[in-house]
Write a protein that binds this ligand. Structure first.
Ligand code: 5GP
Length: 242
């Protein structure tokens, strides 16, 4: 068998070409980075766990009418995906104040937001992924006004579905990051991954302890320990529900 051609290597995944130009193969890595790759490490089994969680969540969303790039999982750490042109945007949905929202607004950690907040960031490592306004996003032609509206609508729908699912898992969906892409027909598809790397997830059964409740990449970012256990716990609870 020929060695597959690497299309792109990111911080958490390698994307390979396949025989079909409409299909790519994503291989999830155990590598972990934070703070714009200034902090690096490995989380054992992360590739398999995040692939399993993402695959389950993409299938869950597809069943509810959200179009995603997911096709199937040929191996534990591999996902076949539809080829899309990724829009250079990080779309963050927030239900509870944490992370950069607290740093930039002074809102206390854990403040429940009256309405979900959708924030757009420019996906650009050199600039440190800056927060965008709608006007700046349009000025830079990162997406069309129609695409911004569709993405906002989709992001809020995805939030409703995921919030309800995680609630059943006894987990609070604090916030999460989405990426979208355009397929060959210019259709908008949910892309990238949805996993403890890209979400803040708080264990409802751990009480208010700000360290004990963390089931996501903040355990790695803040050196809280037991990172793999937390990721495994999220997968276990999702598999119990789906
Ligand atoms: P914050 O804006 O507080 O840094 O992040 C908000 C949410 O989006 C968190 O769940 C965080 O994990 C996710 N997020 C934001 N930017 C990135 C990124 O560049 N990579 C990953 N993996 N997640 C991100």
């Amino acid at each position: 068998m020929s060695v597959p051609t690497k299309l792109y290597e990111g911080k958490a995944k390698i994307i390979y070409l396949t025989d079909d130009p409409e299909i790519l193969l994503a291989v999830f890595k155990d590598d972990a980075t934070a703070f714009n790759a200034q902090k690096r490490g490995t989380i054992p089994e992360k590739g398999r766990i995040n692939n399993s969680i993402s695959s389950k969540l993409f299938q869950f969303l597809e069943a509810r009418g959200i179009r995603t790039h997911f096709i199937d999982t040929p191996a534990a750490n591999q996902m076949r995906i539809r080829a899309v042109k990724i829009l250079p945007l990080e779309v963050v949905v927030r239900n509870i104040a944490a992370g950069s929202l607290c740093q930039q607004t002074g809102l206390p950690l854990g403040t429940v937001l009256k309405m979900p907040l959708v924030d757009f960031y420019y996906k650009n490592d050199q600039l440190g992924d800056p927060l965008l306004t709608r006007d700046r996003l349009l000025l830079m032609e990162l997406a069309t006004p129609e695409q911004v509206d569709s993405i906002t609508h989709l992001a809020l729908k995805i939030n409703d579905f995921l919030k309800e699912l995680f609630q059943r898992c006894n987990i609070i969906l604090v916030d999460f990051k989405l990426e979208f892409g355009l397929d060959s027909q210019q259709q908008l598809l949910l892309a990238d991954e949805i996993s403890p790397d890209t979400c803040r997830l708080w264990d409802m059964s751990a009480g208010d302890d700000p360290n004990l409740r963390v089931l996501d990449k903040d355990r790695f970012r803040r050196d809280l320990g037991n990172v793999e256990d937390a990721y495994q716990e999220v997968l276990k609870r999702i598999l119990n529900e789906l």
